[in-house]
Design a protein around this ligand. Sequence first.
Ligand SMILES: Cc1cc2nc3c(=O)[nH]c(=O)nc-3n(C[C@H](O)[C@H](O)[C@H](O)COP(=O)(O)OP(=O)(O)OC[C@H]3O[C@@H](n4cnc5c(N)ncnc54)[C@H](O)[C@@H]3O)c2cc1C
Length: 365
Amino acid sequence: MAKPQLKIWGTLLKEVVNTDLCMFCGTCIAACPVNVLFPTEDEKPTIKGMCVLCGLCYNSCPRIELPIDDIEEYLYGRMRSDDEIYMGIFRETYSVRSTDPKIRMGAQDSGATTSILSHAVSKGYIDYAITTGMDEKDYWRPKPCVSNNSNDLLKTARSKYSVGAPVSGVGDAVAAYPDANLGFVGVPCQIQGLRRLATSPLGRKKLGEPVKLAIGLFCFDSFKYNQLFQEFVQTKNKISLEQVEKVDIKNNRFNLFAGEKVLMDLPVKDLKPYELPACKNCQDFSAELSDLSIGAVGSPKGWTTVLVRSSFGEEVFQSAIDAGVIESKPLNDVKPGISLVSKLSKLKKGRPATYITSKLEPAKE
Ligand SMILES: Cc1cc2nc3c(=O)[nH]c(=O)nc-3n(C[C@H](O)[C@H](O)[C@H](O)COP(=O)(O)OP(=O)(O)OC[C@H]3O[C@@H](n4cnc5c(N)ncnc54)[C@H](O)[C@@H]3O)c2cc1C
């Protein structure tokens, strides 16, 4: 009889990292109990030290397994119905913006994400939040940050269109503050890693469970930092990343700004060579496994769309409204509204998924 194969770091390397399925979410790095997994500058996890063959990294990776139905039972008490197949489970939809002009100025779209997180910390819903700031020297290279106040959260606002292993920041936060309740912001694949961490029977649940509030960002694609930002923007086009104050993708254009000045304006299709290969295997546009999902699509300029998914997400969101830190309108009252979120979600469902998905099969494109 053949011996059962041990599924360990080496297996993860072979099956996910070396096959370009890894989206560098950092879940394996967080899961490693002997801290020998590290992020690298070429956006892959690597090992430095001795593997103890525990298999926690393998069993926490959302690209190995992602039982969406079980995760939805854990998060929302039920699995999605046929009607919810493209965007997942949600209760309400709004168009939202921060009421704080300083946050709006420093944020990507409306500052809703930063304001809701700041409110959640100030009211004690969470003690710390893991967000994505940038490296002090390598401008626009994403880096996980752990914060517990509005000023520090605002420093990490605005979108970095690359990935920086933010789930590893959850591991750091749990190690530093073992009894804390945590918040987390991430793109859909990172939320998947976070939820796999909290639910995998063979993983490290005690790292995922302290995350009480997960804010997921809408996302179609991420880009390779070295190739897009360093080689293309900085070396080829001679735009210093230090002077870039905002990176934005809207209406199929890729823009770099310094204040109001446009430093670069290109069609997004020109960025195709720089797309993160792992995005080809992601079917999730609207961060289907979050407590609150937030993105620009669906709302007018300066506002963001919020899908309220979980009961805890609803409680924090309502509290932020009641405290006046955000203002909201029903998404049905604005254009283009939910139809565009639905259209993009459906489009992304046409991509092949590698992991075990819902028992409900999405329609093929
Ligand atoms: C890679 C990427 C792709 C996106 N694609 C789309 C899209 O196709 N359509 C759409 O409508 N919206 C997209 N978004 C979301 C959008 O850019 C805004 O983040 C969202 O509208 C929230 O705006 P805000 O003003 O509330 O955010 P802010 O208040 O500025 O807060 C943004 C939050 O996102 C965190 N963050 C920034 N970069 C990253 C990152 N790389 N990984 C994880 N967290 C990060 C910040 O730390 C901060 O907490 C994308 C975001 C990212 C990071």
